[in-house]
Design a protein around this ligand. Structure first.
Ligand code: SF4
Length: 457
């Protein structure tokens, strides 16, 4: 048995890819180690959303390159979004790398590993996706299993690198998704989170064949044997029909792609949680246009209000960027004011980071000064904190179902179990037994900025 170490950066999609890589490598006789220095194979699974993470990736493998001088058989794989974007130029910066593995070629890993073990150096970043097959997935032990259902994006927001690193939108074969979910449930996972850059596009591009389904990037939709369109609602229904008590979530939704059919499905299906992550990115109309987002503030608000009016107790979370090129103080202030007006429950926040190949990165003369960006991000975070606290205070005194995810001994403060409500609120509960994986009823006794406190009832 040989040892493999994977360092994963970035989003949940990358973490899910790492679980798949571990599964495929196990079949080749590799087992996972937490100690990079002990490994026979090192994989950096990179993120390119921000320049900082790209820089961190190169600095991490710089150390690995030195180890390789002492251990010439050591194999180094550069994978993930930076690999897809930078391709063979990685060899110039890091000549000790054996394999550059793009995001579209994940399922080719076993063949490629055999070839690098035989001494080849390979770049595999062809944008044509390598055909997916049923693999063993070595999931991180947890209550929640992340299951990618689609990948890529066709929206080309002017700041975003994803369409260049993850390619055009492609939906995964529903049969493989359902097989994967059944396996996760049989392994004891209690929550399934469907993952995709635009989950609402799920189904687009699927073509029925004699052997099942083929994934394409075309704007076509397949139907099932009863003539029903295979889309996100269809998939949610299939998963909801699986046996056992578990929860279903999905992220991320593009605002204008949320349909009434999807809202009806969320309302109707008992296992689907009342939670929508709907990134807004900005709320000033001029900036939204420059970002190439396909809605204005009024449209977003109408969608959020509509979801709220239909889905009881729904939580809506979002993403915002501070310091987009050309953003004025007035436009930034508009964003803060409107965040409050929207009563969002939580938002991910970031300062704008220019990414090579994107449209906005070329507007260098409009770049916002770094200090101003930092100051705006701090104010954005402050506003986010206010919104979160207000949102949490609504739950004081309520009785809610919580799925326990964690048990922690806090020394003198005693032991605490932590879990999430259906609408994704974190709840801490003093308790002396580990109830991880159990559904419990909790009365909320206190609301803090990032979490709730409660007691078992
Ligand atoms: S919709 Fe999301 S993933 Fe697609 S380009 Fe815009 S920000 Fe990137």
């Amino acid at each position: 048995m040989k040892k493999v170490y994977i360092e994963t950066m970035g989003c949940q999609m990358n973490k899910s890819d790492a679980e798949r890589m571990f599964g495929m490598l196990e079949h080749l006789g590799y087992y996972q180690t937490e100690e990079a220095k002990d490994a026979d194979m090192l994989i950096i699974n990179t993120c390119s959303v921000r320049q900082l993470s790209e820089d961190k990736a190169f600095s991490a493998i710089g150390v690995w390159g030195k180890w390789k001088k002492e251990k010439p058989d050591l194999k180094i794989i550069f994978a993930g979004c930076v690999a897809q974007q930078v391709g063979k130029r990685i060899f110039a910066r890091a000549p000790y790398v054996d394999l550059v593995l793009g995001t579209q070629r994940l399922y080719e890993l076993p063949n490629l590993v055999k070839r690098i073990e035989a001494g080849e150096r390979i770049v595999s970043t062809n944008e044509e996706q390598f055909e997916e097959y049923d693999i063993q997935i070595n999931r991180v032990k947890s209550v929640n299993a992340w299951v990618p259902i689609m990948e890529g994006c066709n929206n080309f927001c002017s700041y975003c690198i994803v369409p260049y690193t993850r390619g055009r939108e492609r939906s995964r074969n529903p049969e493989l998704i359902l097989t994967e979910i059944k396996k996760a449930l049989s392994e004891g996972f209690k929550e399934i989170t469907l993952l995709g850059q635009n989950v609402d596009s799920y189904g687009k591009g699927l073509v029925k064949t004699e052997n099942g389904f083929k994934t394409t990037i075309d704007n076509v939709w397949a139907t099932d044997d009863e003539g029903k369109t295979i889309n996100l609602s269809w998939l949610l229904r299939k998963i909801n029909a699986l046996e056992g008590k578990f929860r279903i979530r999905f992220v991320t939704s593009y605002p204008t792609d949320i349909t009434d059919e999807l809202i009806d499905t969320v309302i109707e299906l008992d296992k689907v949680c009342e939670y929508f992550h709907i990134p807004m990115q900005h709320s000033d109309d001029y900036t939204l246009k420059k970002m190439n987002r396909k809605y204005d503030y009024a449209t977003y608000k109408r969608i959020a209000d509509h979801v709220r009016s239909r889905v009881k107790d729904v939580t809506i979370t979002s993403d915002f960027i501070a310091g987009f090129p050309g953003e004025t103080e007035e436009q930034f202030q508009t964003m803060l004011d409107r965040m409050e007006e929207l009563e969002l429950d939580y938002s991910n926040t970031a300062a704008y980071s220019p990414r090579e190949r994107t449209v906005a990165a070329k507007w260098t003369d409009l770049y916002v000064d770094e200090d101003v960006k930092t100051e705006r991000l701090a104010r954005l975070n402050e506003k986010n904190r206010d919104c979160c606290l207000k949102s949490n205070q609504k739950y004081l005194g309520r009785e809610l179902e919580v799925l326990i995810e964690n048990f922690e001994d806090r020394g003198e403060k005693g032991t605490v179990i932590t879990g999430r409500t259906r609408n994704n609120k974190i709840v801490h509960i003093p308790h002396d037994k580990d109830l991880t994986g159990e559904f419990v009823m909790v009365k909320i006794t206190n609301a803090r900025t990032w979490y709730l406190n409660g007691e078992l009832i």
